[in-house]
Design a protein. Structure first.
Length: 375
């Protein structure tokens, strides 16, 4: 009898399950169709497309802006094993005294060298005393250390990863010493790069101050140097919110227009902001800070390698302050690339960038803006 019931009921149960599955698929398809045909979503997409802006899937998440043609050639050539264009690029920055460019270009080349350094080893063999090769080697070792560690939180990083991280970073200190010895006396680049080693190793404040004196004696308003030092002084590394903000305010005070130093107080605010409300972004002090960066950006050399990063920051805070037209002006100039603060701290940088940009587009084009949560 039991066997008979099992024989009869099993097909019936399978049929019921199959019918339920069919209904479930139909429901899901219907829900997806509703999402795809949401008139508000379609209207927003149409407005964004009419402005010539790109959807989230077409945003570059690793870069803040397109690479310069010369840097693109250097990277492509290096990947193919030809170090010549990279050497020429860094030689040109040395001749011009372009310290911002030298730091920015060496950073990209070093990132590549941390993955594959055959081209760099050939460069070092062909030109043993080349300051550009020594700089890329030192910076590349810092990138290699972070690759060894991985991007997980401290509690999710294994003891082996942490030990390897610190061992490779310690080696980078020796390589920075060599880079300093080979660089011209007025070149701050090796000292700028070494700030990241100090940050990773948690070196004492006095050691950071020693490096800092070397930098500012050569380039008192170097953007990457200030950004790196500000990270060191943040609470998540070797400082505190108070130390970071004090450093940022001092750097911005009296800095020449166009140096982008006024970005630093906004970065310090962002790094320590734990509020779930935009009220903290809409104080008189914050409006003044955003206005200062607007003026700084307007005065900057269009070729400044860090200008796009400042524009991303501006777009974000202008959005938070409901300054739609001004925000869209910045969003237009950086659209297509989202590898910058604040987006790169988000789980989905492209989606967060487009959400803020599209909210501004709705207001600028006269659309009915929906509920766009800021936090």
């Amino acid at each position: 009898m039991t066997v008979l019931l099992w024989v009869v009921l099993t097909p019936l149960a399978l049929c019921v399950a199959a019918v339920a599955l069919v209904f479930l698929v139909a429901i899901v398809r219907g829900l997806l169709r509703d999402v795809r045909t949401d008139p508000d979503t379609d209207a927003t997409a149409a407005r964004v497309a009419a402005l010539g802006l790109l959807p989230a899937e077409r945003q570059h998440t690793e870069l803040a802006a397109p690479l310069s043609p010369a840097l693109s050639v250097a990277l492509v050539s290096a990947r193919a094993g030809d170090w010549g264009p990279a050497a020429e690029l860094l030689d040109a920055t040395l001749e011009a005294g372009d310290w911002e460019g030298r730091s920015a270009f060496s950073e990209r080349l070093a990132d590549l060298a941390a993955e594959e350094d055959g081209w760099l080893r050939e460069w070092e063999e062909a030109r043993p005393g080349d300051p550009g090769a020594a700089l890329v080697r030192a910076r590349g070792t810092v990138f290699l250390a972070w690759n060894v560690r991985g991007g997980a939180r401290d509690e999710d990083t294994s003891p082996e990863q942490e030990e390897g991280f610190r061992r490779v970073l310690a080696r980078s200190r020796e390589e920075h010493v060599r880079a300093v010895a080979l660089a011209p006396a007025d070149d701050p680049s090796p000292y700028v790069a070494e700030i990241w080693t100090a940050l990773g190793l948690g070196l004492p404040h006095e050691e950071l101050r020693r490096l800092w004196r070397e930098v500012v004696d050569r380039a008192p308003h170097h953007y990457e140097a200030h950004f790196a030092a500000l990270q060191y002084w943040c609470g998540k590394w070797s400082g505190s919110a108070e130390l970071a903000r004090a450093f940022a305010v001092r750097a911005a005070a009296g800095a020449p227009p166009g140096t982008l130093m006024t970005a630093l107080p906004l970065i310090a605010h962002f790094e320590h902001d734990v509020s779930d409300s935009t009220d903290v972004d809409r104080t008189p002090e914050m409006f003044a800070a955003v206005d200062a960066l607007l003026a700084d950006v307007a005065a900057a050399d269009p070729a400044h390698p860090r200008l796009p990063e400042a524009r991303h920051l501006l777009a974000y805070y202008l959005w938070l302050q409901d300054r739609w037209e001004e925000a869209m002006g910045q969003f237009r100039l950086v659209d297509g690339h989202v590898g910058a603060l604040p987006w790169r701290y988000k789980a989905d940088p492209a989606e967060e960038f487009c959400r803020a940009r599209d909210a501004c587009a709705e207001h600028v084009t006269g659309g009915e803006s929906g509920p766009y949560p800021r936090r």
